[in-house]
Design a protein around this ligand. Sequence first.
Ligand SMILES: [Zn+2]
Length: 211
Amino acid sequence: MIVLTQLHLEPQTGAALTIAAGELLRIIDPLGEQVSDLVSFARDDTSEWLSSGRTIDYANTIYLTTGHTLYSNRSRAMWTIAEDTVGRHDFLLTPCSPDTFRILYGFAGNHPSCFENLAMSLAQFGIAPNAIPTTLNVFMNVEIAPSGELRIRAPRSRAGDYLLLRAEMDMIVGVTACSAELSNNGTFKPIDVELLSSEQPRDGGAIRASV
Ligand SMILES: [Zn+2]
């Protein structure tokens, strides 16, 4: 595979990028125990977005991993999970937001959040904050007790672990290094993102890097 673009997300930040059908996105946890929230929208119509509900319906599991398809709200395939070195991610919970910190944790002051970082990053593509759906919370470890109670545990990811997604349509993607204390075992770390072409590198010349 050929690396087309590399992004380094500093702790508690976000970014947005575009991806073409057939390209791949690798979300890397460089230090371990760090969550990354991800959303995506169809490039030609941003009212089509990555849907937690549709994806869980069709996968018939909340534990999504290698081989699963991630669907849009219009039931079209958006992503396929090509590789997953962790095997535990969350697609139930919304991105952390100022309201999350206020309602759940009683936090009154300003607090960085995935929701705000996604809203800022996606604004350049004309996507409004209200259009941001439930995020795929890469590396987030949510346990479900028999009672139904949710328990947020430390991510199972270790340094260098990654999730590799193949784009099934042209999309706009928002991605973060999560800002919530509880989701990241109490510390904030960076996230690395690679946009990859599935083509094999040719000999010599113009290719920046290959993996
Ligand atoms: Zn977050």
